[in-house]
Design a protein around this ligand. Structure first.
Ligand code: PGA
Length: 252
């Protein structure tokens, strides 16, 4: 059985005190959540949020880290620094990092390695652009993104890895992939994994959907066989919306 997982990616939103308020509101409404819940605030908030979250089931992650372990990289933050500030997981390869900051498969492979060295849970984000979907290459693109990122790793190292399928055309656009489109890609990702690492490992792999998930569409998306939860951007910034998504009952 795969534990359902809902994660909030705050991107470059909120100041530290607003982040603290948001976390308190989330904790206040969490109740008996069945889902594993994560928040990915800006790195400046990690130390501040680590304390209230340490007393809770909600896990804390970072949105990005340097590909190098340490050194002369002005402005960068290493995975071990983020871990020291409380991060337990790391987003790797979010499409905004790929598109706006030119992160390539090779760089993401290195980031994943840093993450695994420090025993952080990696959330590998993959997804095609609209042009790639329209040209019919979307499955190929996603398979390549996965293969490039995990190249050279043994299965045991990837045990905790979570994949987030986020079609670029659905991120922040209000245009969600249909449950059918999402399920089709998730099933494909699971097949790719099974081919590489075997059926039983593929059965354990958690694959999240991201891209305009809202309280209104979460239940239907989460009801799909191969969708194990969501990576939520915009709707994770309002505690009430995020909590409705956390509590959404998968609609089968
Ligand atoms: P969105 O973002 O929910 O605002 O579309 C999702 C993401 O980028 O992780």
């Amino acid at each position: 059985m795969r534990t359902h997982l809902v994660a909030g990616n705050w991107k470059m939103h909120t100041h530290p005190n607003e982040g603290l308020d948001l976390v308190h509101e989330i904790l206040g409404g969490l109740g008996e959540a069945k889902a594993e819940v994560w928040v990915f605030p800006p790195a400046t908030h990690l130390s501040l949020l680590a304390e209230p979250l340490a007393q809770s089931p909600v896990k804390l992650g970072a949105q990005n880290a340097a590909a190098a372990a340490q050194g002369a990289y002005t402005g960068e933050l290493s995975v071990s620094m983020l871990k020291a500030c409380g991060a337990q997981g790391l987003l790797v390869g979010h499409s905004e990092r790929r598109q706006l900051f030119g992160e390539t498969g090779k760089v993401l492979n290195q980031k994943l390695e840093r993450c695994l060295e420090q025993a952080l849970t990696p959330f590998l984000c993959v997804g095609e652009t609209l042009a790639e979907r329209e040209s019919g290459n979307h499955m190929e693109v996603v398979r390549n993104q996965i293969e490039e990122a995990i190249e050279g790793f043994e299965l045991h190292a990837l045990d905790a890895l979570v994949i987030a399928y986020e079609p670029v055309w659905a991120i922040g656009t209000g245009q969600t992939a249909s449950p059918f489109q999402a399920q089709e890609m998730h099933a494909f990702i699971r097949r790719v994994w099974a081919k590489k690492f075997g059926e039983s490992s593929a059965e354990h792999l958690r694959i999240l959907y991201g891209g305009s998930v809202k309280p209104e569409n979460a239940a239907e998306l989460f009801g799909q066989t191969d969708i194990d939860g969501g990576l939520i951007g915009g709707a994770s910034l309002k505690a009430a919306d995020f909590l409705r998504i956390v509590h959404a009952k998968p609609q089968v």
